[in-house]
Design a protein around this ligand. Structure first.
Ligand code: ZN
Length: 455
């Protein structure tokens, strides 16, 4: 047999098993063979000896802000960073573009903005906001993977938070459409009142901001969303869970039969409250960074198997929006992490805490692809699926520098960290799109509908 590409001799993570020495043969952008010492020739041969071969990451939570707010981040720059870091598919959040992705016309505007510039494949979340629910039908027909709702203020005026009735009725509609609802789960009442009280007293610092978004505000909103999911039969996904208590609540509901999944983000796993003080606005996010003891609870839940997936919540802004002096509440809350998902999880999970490499692949690719309808084409390495993969050199130590970053503003709070394990190549549908942190070739990414067809 003759192949377009053969990746020879890598430690391939296929399925749930331990890495095995296999060759990957690619024909027409799909994996055509996966076996030791593959016979036959290839137009292109990549020597992967000493490297891990993992499924390309599926980052279920990124904000690409395109069209309308491309001065924050766009498809070109955001997906460049994602590609360099080993991500081959991302799912874009609906809030930061103008218009936000809340109806069929806005979905079409996203597709137009991405066409010809996206470096990786991109699927879209639609928005669940107050207003006519028929828009959810429109978005489903257009091809969104699900609907995102905010239970507290989103940070942008164009995307209004879902009140309880909007959330309850939206979940019922989503259940009928067979699509999941993802929630930013923090109590608007608790966070809003605590923030107002702090500001009225002139308390505007990092610690005051963190105190205005306590773990109980997260846990209460998660419990309320799960109650609505149980009531409506809707599949629920809780984004960026920041506390072990939040994950425990989700695991308990799942054990009762509620269809609920959750994600956390690298920043909740590798940064803590002390980093929040040290880094200031660069590390501002919502929910906020937690004390070290809470971070360790989160790791325990992740290693115990209760966290379904890890996504970046790449949420960049121009530097000026972070530069608000003493008023930390006024700074944009969002962390740009597009490029470091796999590397941070490899370093702090696999190397530092004994996380299984197959589990890393599940957290970053298999689980998000399966949960959001992109499997089997995406998220795993098996014969017949898209040849989306990354090569990681486990022996490479590297320093994250600003010069390495390819996103629009390069304001990552991870700059200055030395990481063990580096993504040295990213392959999308059989074509190398990034090598050793640099882009290769022209953009070949597509916008995907939930059924896998190009939009
Ligand atoms: Zn987000």
């Amino acid at each position: 047999m003759s192949f377009d590409l053969i990746i020879r001799g890598g430690q391939v993570v296929a399925g749930d098993g331990a890495p095995a020495t296999l060759d990957v043969g690619v024909v027409d952008g799909r994996i055509a063979a996966l076996e030791p010492e593959l016979a036959g020739g290839g137009a292109e041969i990549i020597d992967a000896a000493g490297l891990l071969v993992l499924p390309g990451a599926v980052d279920a939570h990124v904000h690409l802000n395109d069209p309308g707010r491309t001065d924050w981040e766009g498809f070109a720059t955001g997906t460049a960073a994602l590609a360099a870091g080993g991500t081959t598919t991302a799912i874009d959040m609906p809030l930061n573009a103008i218009p936000p992705t809340v109806d069929g016309a806005a979905f079409a505007a996203k597709v137009t903005a991405a066409r010809g510039v996206t470096r990786i494949d991109v699927a879209l979340w639609g928005g669940l906001v107050p207003g006519p629910l028929d828009r959810l039908d429109e978005l489903a027909a257009a091809g969104v993977v699900g609907f995102k709702a905010f239970m507290s203020a989103s940070g942008v005026a164009e995307f209004v938070a879902a009140d309880d009735l909007t959330l309850l009725e939206g979940m019922a509609r989503a259940a009928r459409l067979g699509l999941p609802v993802a929630v930013h789960a923090e109590s608007d009442v608790l966070t809003g009142r605590l923030a107002a009280r702090a500001l009225a007293a002139g308390r505007m610092g990092v610690r005051d901001y963190r105190a205005s978004r306590p773990v109980i505000a997260e846990v209460e909103a998660i419990e309320r969303a799960m109650l609505f999911a149980a009531e409506t039969g809707c599949a629920l996904h809780v984004v960026h869970v920041s506390s072990g208590r939040g994950v425990t609540a989700i695991a308990e509901a799942r054990a009762r039969g509620v269809d609920v999944s959750c994600e956390t983000c690298p920043h909740y796993l590798v940064l803590d409250a002390e980093d929040a003080e040290r880094l200031g606005a660069a590390a501002k996010c919502a929910p906020p960074l937690r004390p070290a003891a809470v971070v360790e609870e989160l790791w325990a839940r992740l290693l115990g198997g209760d966290i379904d997936l890890v996504a970046t919540d790449h949420s960049p802004s121009p530097a000026a929006l972070k530069d608000t002096g003493a008023d930390h509440f006024a700074a944009w809350g969002g962390i740009p992490g597009a490029q470091t998902l796999v590397a941070l999880l490899y370093d702090s999970g696999v190397v530092a805490r004994g996380l299984d490499v197959a589990r890393l692949a599940a957290l970053t690719a298999g689980a998000p692809a399966a949960r959001f309808g992109l499997a089997p084409a995406k998220g795993s390495l098996t014969v017949g699926v898209d040849a989306d993969l990354l090569l990681l050199d486990p022996a490479r130590e590297w320093l994250v520098t600003r010069d390495d970053l390819l996103d629009r503003h390069r304001l990552s709070p991870f700059v200055g960290r030395t990481l063990r394990g580096r993504v040295v190549r990213t392959v999308l549908r059989g074509t190398t799109i990034a090598r050793d942190g640099r882009l290769v070739g022209e953009p070949i990414g597509r916008v995907l509908r939930r059924d896998g067809t190009p939009a």
